[in-house]
Design a protein around this ligand. Structure first.
Ligand code: CUA
Length: 336
């Protein structure tokens, strides 16, 4: 699928037009000045060539006016690249709040997707047109990079952390995506297709794949099978460990007095490396689950904790009486 301009891929997201405009602006200015300087060099080489063997050129003092001009003009042009580029960058790298969240795990050499309703896909991603899509991404092994040329966006997936990528497709179609970070032998084959569908087709597609368990429900199951319930409570209401109801998106006070926002990265770290940030009022008693849960399972646990806050936002500070994070009567290291 090509656009009218042959070397540019199809333009199919809300910001692909902006990226193209900036690209053509920078390319246009580069071509203009390269041509201008090239022609001037040729012109001067002919015009001021040495005409006889004994010719001595007239001494030149230099010109402040000219030098100022050829410093200030390029400076302003370079600044315009920066300002415009920053605008496009911020648009792309600040995901919107009301987006449909899809979990992505990269792995040598495939892309795995999971929808909030549970549908899983490999190297295929079905999305509705005209809807903001936010990808929450990580990798099981090395760094990869999810690049969708038609959407003009690409973001790395990095071991041990979550990165975000978002887009809103503007027209239905099938768009190629690639891995854009060299990741080993089959790097070049690590790609697939984004299938952008009309909303009703997308709903049909979703309901045709209903047999699957949502990430939050799967996370709930792991929460039980891994024994999290013994400290965080059967309904994550808290106990020897902090309550998880409503924790996602809230500000958590730590034992050192600092505050962190409980985002996906914080939840992930608290499972893999629980000692890194101890909630105020609780002891460092939680074991690490490093190596016991895969990246996909971690995302499911994160989805479960997130679901606890959307379901019951009013229980944001829920905690068992007399054992809350706000009270430090319970000495660190000696749980009830
Ligand atoms: Cu994955 Cu290159």
């Amino acid at each position: 699928m090509q656009s009218s301009f042959p070397i540019v891929p199809e333009s199919a997201s809300t910001f692909s037009g902006d990226v193209d405009a900036l690209y053509f602006y920078i390319s246009g200015i580069t071509i203009f000045f390269t041509t201008l300087i090239g022609l001037v060099i040729i012109f001067f080489a002919i015009r001021y060539r040495r005409r006889n063997a004994y010719e001595i050129p007239r001494p030149i003092e230099g010109s402040t006016k000219l030098e100022t001009l050829w410093s200030v003009i390029p400076f302003l042009i370079a600044l315009s690249f920066f300002v415009w580029g920053t605008k496009v960058y911020f648009e792309q790298y600040r995901p919107p709040k009301n987006a449909l969240e899809i979990y992505v795990v990269g792995k040598q050499w495939m892309w795995k997707f999971q929808h909030p309703t549970g549908q899983r896909e490999i190297n295929e991603l079905h999305i509705p047109v005209g809807r903001k899509i936010k990808l929450i991404m990580t990798t099981e092994d090395v760094i990869h990079d999810l690049f969708v040329p038609a959407f003009r966006t690409k973001v790395d997936v990095v071991p041990g952390k979550y990165t975000m990528e978002w887009f809103e497709a503007t027209k239905p179609g099938r768009y190629h995506f690639f891995c854009a970070e060299y990741c080993g032998m089959n790097h070049s084959g690590m790609g697939g297709w984004v299938e952008v569908m009309e909303p009703k087709d997308f709903d049909n597609w979703l309901s045709g794949n209903l047999s699957q368990v949502s990430p939050a429900t799967a996370g709930r199951g792991m929460f039980e099978s891994l024994g999290c319930v013994s400290c965080h409570g059967a309904n994550a209401e808290g106990g020897r460990g902090p309550a998880l109801l409503g924790v996602y998106g809230s500000n958590v006070v730590l034992s050192g007095g600092q505050t962190v926002t409980a985002d996906e990265a914080y939840i992930r770290e608290s499972i893999i490396n629980p000692q890194a940030k101890i909630v105020n009022g609780f002891g460092p008693i939680m074991p690490s689950f490093q190596g016991q849960v895969s990246e996909e399972q971690l995302l499911q646990l994160v989805a479960y904790v997130k679901s606890l806050s959307t379901a019951k936002p009013e229980t944001r500070t829920a905690k068992p009486p007399g054992l809350g994070p706000a009270q430090s009567a319970n000495p660190v290291g000696s749980p009830k």
